[in-house]
Design a binder for this molecule. Sequence first.
Ligand code: SF4
Length: 235
Amino acid sequence: MELSFTRYRIRRECPWKYRLMFVEGRRIPLNPNSSFGLSLHRALEAWLSGGERTLESLREALDGAWLRQGYPDAKDEARWRAKAGRVLDDFHRAEESRRSRTAGVEKEFIWTLGRHEIRGMIDRIDQGPDGAYELVDYKTGSGVPTTAQVAADLQLRFYALGAKRGLGIAPSTLTVDCVAVGERVSAPYDPSGEAALADDLSAAADAIEAGDFKPDTNFCPRCDFRRDCAYSTAR
Ligand code: SF4
C-alpha cells in the first residue's frame, strides 16, 4: 500500500469517501477556491524551481499556470485572476526580504513503513543562516491559523516525519504561508508525536488494504458527496 497525505486525510475524514474517490474513481469538481489555489501552487512551484526570481518571471509563471476551469463565468474568472496577480505581487515583495535559502521546492519523499510506503510532496523547504530547516506549506484560503494550530497541523507533521525518514532532514520549524492574505505563521517542530503518527499511518494503510471502508457520518455535513452518497446524513 502506498499512502500519500491526501489519501490518509480522506480516509480519516470518512473511509467511505476514500472508497468513492480512490476505489470507484469519483472526482470532486473544481470550484473557484480550489481552482485559484491550484493555479497559485503551480505558479509558485514553477517560479521557485526556475532560475530567475524577478516579478516579471513570477507573473509569467502565473500566466502559464492559470487554470480556467472551476469558475461560473468569464467575469468571475477575471476577478479571481486579478486577485491572483495581486497576491503574487505581494508574495514577491515578501520574498525579496527573505534571508533563508530555498533548499527544496515540491520536494518528494518516500519512506518505508512495514509493508507500506509513505510518500508526499513538501511545498518548500528553507534553510536559515544557522543551518536549521523550515518546512513551508502554502495555503491559499483566507484563514490564518494560530501558532498552536500550525504546531498541531497534521499535514505539516506528516511532512516533517517524511522529511526525516525519507530525506534525512530534521526540521526545526513548521510554517504555514497564507499567501492569499500575505501572512506567515511558524511554530517550532515537536517530534514527540512521530511514533503515534507512524502507528496511525500504518493502521490506515492496513485498513485500506483490507478493504475496510465503513462510513463515518460525522464528516457528512462537510462532504462533497453528501447529496448523493448512500450513507449521507446531510443531504
Ligand atoms: S456523505 Fe458522509 S458517509 Fe458519505 S462519503 Fe461523505 S462523509 Fe462519508
